[in-house]
Design a binder for this molecule. Structure first.
Ligand SMILES: [Zn+2]
Length: 179
């Protein structure tokens, strides 16, 4: 298990490699991973039932990250950075069946690593812009992407979630049903 300092060092080196110096969001971060590290990564926002936040797995050689659509923009950043943490820290791809049954996919130390890594990235992503008022987050600022309050509080049933999953990420769903 990596210490916080080791994770910090890893994140710093990665951001340097990706030419990200602060003031970026998770989409820009993922775009840089595609560009500089030739990762195939698909980000898929999906409205999720209570208690579901994010998931990463591989479909062929493509990393698919599902993240909760019905939550705040900032929370989404944390979720995507967290799932990227699992990828970049060489954890194993998630099992959709386990995810749907809310069974633990990773060990507690792995979860802590991914979460710490995500927080470090989020801290780097959000820079205090003294010229403007308060916080600035990259070029694609938050408000345009922030779901409406109504959407934030949207309660999704498991059935609706599964239907949406099938529509959006059929290969993943099929993979889980194969077993
Ligand atoms: Zn996790």
């Amino acid at each position: 298990m990596l210490t916080r300092n080791e994770l910090r060092k890893k994140a710093r080196e990665l951001l340097k490699e990706l030419h990200l110096t602060g003031g970026f969001n998770c989409s820009e971060f993922v775009e840089k991973l595609r560009e500089k590290r030739s990762y195939k990564i698909k980000l898929e926002p999906i409205p999720m039932p209570p208690g579901y936040f994010g998931f990463w797995s591989l479909v062929g050689d493509c990393h698919v990250i599902l993240y909760r659509a019905n939550t705040s923009w900032l929370h989404q950043q944390q979720i995507v950075f967290h799932e990227c943490g699992h990828i970049l820290l060489d954890h194993h791809p998630g099992d959709l069946k386990k995810f749907l049954q809310r069974k633990a996919i990773y060990s507690k130390p792995e979860e802590r690593e991914a979460e710490t890594f995500a927080t470090i990235l989020l801290e780097a992503a959000i820079v205090h812009d003294t010229a403007q008022e308060g916080i600035s987050v990259g070029k694609n600022l938050a408000p345009a992407q922030t779901p409406s309050d109504e959407h934030l509080e949207e309660v999704i049933s498991m059935q609706e979630f599964l239907m949406e999953l099938k529509k959006k990420v059929a290969p993943l769903t099929l993979g889980a049903e194969d077993e």
